[in-house]
Design a protein around this ligand. Structure first.
Ligand SMILES: Cc1ncc(COP(=O)(O)O)c(C=O)c1O
Length: 354
């Protein structure tokens, strides 16, 4: 399928790279493509970034039939602009699409569209240390219809945002509140997809955590509220007695691409690695016996986020004296070195973007 390109006559000034923040600046162009049951996906096009005009009855606005992805393009010096495991993101988008009764997208076409968009927007990939271009592919249900069923029409779009650090703390330990009052996802639900409602459902717990002085919430499983699942919008890792443990993919956890990268590296480095059920009581006990040496989150936005404090009911667990632990540092360095082209891509994770 040919992608048509229409460029803007009014390019925006580029933001100051030292003050990017996260998700507030958007580039000059976007990719759009439409789906109808008779034509399938059609009219792939790059055009000036612009608001949508939507019928107030548009189904995504009512029933939340919408999914998205999050990935990044990195400026890699002489090597140009690089993507990190983009096919995994588009495959995960298709997994989300299947679970939300939405049409899948050809991964090669999605990648071609993204590269074409990056070709137009390459000046928007920031160069300052720690910055990148965040990529947000999104699919929404567009039938103007009230009534619960899958839409017959969809829009797929990609927008780009130059970003700096996700957390105000930067690469410094964050404080996490373990909640039993709220759950993020349940067995048999859509916790393993990137569907919009999962994030809306997480807001109240996040707000309460922020009011109590915590950056994120650690979610326990939705059935027994016993097992650790994820933290905010990241996967979570614990180092207990030199074993690297992350909750197994149970169906209610998002299968993070950073999580998978950490696991692959850890196995390559010969570490003892477990994807298994982990109770919050085991974490407490490991802390009491001095065996819990590190906790960190993993995700595209922050890559690795060390956790310096966990609060669970009336227990306050201080981890690693509030400093970045050696494992968190090692994974952060190894992954970001590959992303920015400073280290060899031995695992085949890099895709040249332009
Ligand atoms: C709920 C949730 N868990 C985990 C992750 C981490 O996934 P990834 O490493 O693919 O960014 C994300 C972010 O995408 C997320 O939204």
């Amino acid at each position: 399928m040919e992608i048509t390109i229409r460029t803007t006559d009014h390019p925006k000034p580029k933001p100051d790279e030292s003050k990017l923040g996260f998700g507030t600046h958007f580039t000059d162009h976007m990719f759009n493509m439409d789906y109808t049951s008779d034509l399938g996906w059609h009219n792939p096009r790059i055009e000036p970034y612009a608001p949508f005009v939507l019928d107030p009855a548009t189904m995504v606005l009512h029933y939340g039939q919408g999914i998205f992805e999050g990935m990044k393009a990195y400026h890699a010096g002489q090597d140009g602009i690089q993507l990190f495991r983009p096919r995994d993101n588009f495959n995960r988008l298709n997994y989300s699409a299947r679970k939300l009764c939405m049409p899948e997208i050809d991964v090669d076409l999605a990648l071609k569209a993204l590269k074409a968009l990056l070709g137009v927007e390459k000046q928007w990939v920031p160069k300052a240390a720690g910055t990148s271009l965040y990529i947000r592919p999104t699919m929404i249900a567009t039938d103007p219809f009230l009534g619960v069923r899958a839409s017959y029409t969809y829009r797929f779009f990609i927008i780009l945002s130059p970003v700096g650090a996700y957390y105000a703390e930067g690469f410094n330990p964050i404080k996490i509140l373990v909640t039993r009052e709220h759950v993020r996802a349940v067995r048999g639900g859509v916790g393993d997809t990137k569907t919009m409602g999962n994030y809306a459902a997480s807001l109240l717990a996040g707000k309460k955590a922020a009011e109590a002085g915590y950056t994120q919430v650690l979610w326990l499983d939705g059935v027994e509220q016993k097992y650790v699942e994820e933290v905010g919008s990241m996967n979570i890792f614990f180092v207990i007695n030199n074993e690297l443990i992350t909750p197994e993919l149970s169906g209610s956890i998002l299968p993070g691409i950073t999580r998978n990268s950490v696991l692959q590296l850890a196995r390559q480095w010969g570490m003892t690695v477990s994807e298994r059920k982990l109770t919050i009581d085991e974490v407490l006990e490991a802390h009491q016996t001095g065996m819990l040496t590190e906790v960190f989150g993993s995700g595209t936005a922050a890559v690795i986020s060390p956790v310096g404090e966990l609060k669970y009911e009336n227990h306050v667990l201080s981890i690693g004296d509030g400093k970045v632990g050696p494992m968190a540092q090692k994974f952060f360095d190894a992954i970001t070195d590959i992303q920015y082209g400073r280290a060899e891509d031995a695992l085949g994770w890099i895709e040249p973007a332009v």
